[in-house]
Design a protein around this ligand. Structure first.
Ligand code: F6P
Length: 320
């Protein structure tokens, strides 16, 4: 393969820039011409294609966001949209496409592969970490660390005033951000979309912790389960302790990627281009049990995300 393209799509994730750099530099290493598509699939449909050189990716490894910008593109679900996207690829002679994004973005890649025979490679990037085949997606580690920083600060003020903090983190269908930031911050309770919660039990747990000498409580709620505002209102109606809601929001999507995300980005980006260089497409790269893996992109997209109940139990056993 002599000409490859890459795009970032869907919600941005810290580490996308580091992955762009790895793809471009690996492509140049193999003597390929690399084209960046701006604004995800929307840019592919609208012909926003730029040549990427060695220096186009200088000084971006440490930056959050995505240099190529991103979009959620409904047009890519239509026949006309997909045909237009393929026309753009043909115009530039792009023989293989690297798609950096979440499961929605992978579905676009799958369509290009299945319906038009375009070799694609998916690099998982979503702070939600809701892609089953890979243990981690780019951006998740940074997002959790950002949440931890904020929860640490909340704990200071909550303890001074003996309050309960209800912290809302992202995760529409997947409670991983809540689970990991809950365990790592020492939160007493997490509320996730995968498990129904019982307010009575939560209040019992808070009362028991106070009886055991605790001066404050942290409850991490995933947005897909309930908003912090709503949860705090319900809780406040049944407790005399002072409750304060905080929504972390898009702050957790930005910021400089952690070492873990930069290392993943380097390895995912490099692996994606190694595959294309061998003429292999239609794969998704990921990490499983600390090893970089690849699998069929169609199979990868079809896998249903499972929740780690053992980790959930761990939190319940050690947080009180
Ligand atoms: O997909 C990542 C994510 O950050 C979700 O956690 C969140 O629900 C959603 O994107 C927010 O999307 P937007 O930035 O388009 O409002």
């Amino acid at each position: 393969m002599k000409r490859i393209g890459l795009l970032t799509s869907g919600g941005d994730a810290p580490g996308m820039n580091a992955a762009i750099r790895a793809v471009v530099r690996s492509g140049i290493y193999f003597g390929m011409e690399v084209f960046g598509v701006e604004r995800g699939y929307a840019g592919l449909i609208e012909d926003c294609v730029i040549p990427m050189e060695m220096r186009s990716v200088s000084n971006i490894v440490q930056l959050g966001g995505t240099k190529l910008r991103s979009a959620r593109c409904l047009e890519m679900l239509t026949k006309e949209g997909k045909q237009q996207a393929v026309k753009t690829l043909e115009k530039y002679g792009i023989e293989g496409l690297v798609v950096i994004g979440g499961d929605g973005s992978f579905r676009g890649a799958r369509a290009l592969t299945e319906e038009f025979g375009v070799p694609t490679i998916g690099i998982p990037a979503t702070i939600d970490n809701d892609i089953e085949y890979t243990d981690y997606a780019l951006g998740f580690d940074t997002a959790v660390n950002t949440c931890l920083d904020i929860i640490n600060k909340l704990r200071d003020t909550m303890t001074s005033h003996e309050r309960i903090s209800v912290v809302e983190v992202m995760g529409r269908h997947c409670g991983d951000i809540a689970l990991y930031s809950g365990i790592a911050s020492g939160a007493e309770i997490i509320v996730v979309p995968e498990i129904a919660f019982d307010m009575g039990e939560i209040i019992e747990k808070i009362n028991a912790s106070r009886a055991n000498g605790k001066h404050s409580n942290i409850i991490v709620v995933a947005e897909g389960a309930m908003s912090a505002d709503q949860f705090a209102k319900q809780l406040q109606a049944s407790t005399t302790y002072d409750v304060r809601p905080t929504c972390i929001g898009h702050v957790q999507r930005g910021g400089s990627p952690t070492m873990a995300d930069r290392m993943l980005a380097a390895q995912f980006g490099n692996k994606a281009v190694r595959l294309l260089n061998e003429g292999i497409g239609n794969r998704a790269v990921g990490i499983r049990n600390n090893k970089i893996i690849e699998m069929d992109i169609i199979e990868a997209v079809s896998m249903k995300k499972t929740f780690n109940y053992e980790l959930y139990e761990t939190l319940q056993m050690i947080s009180m």
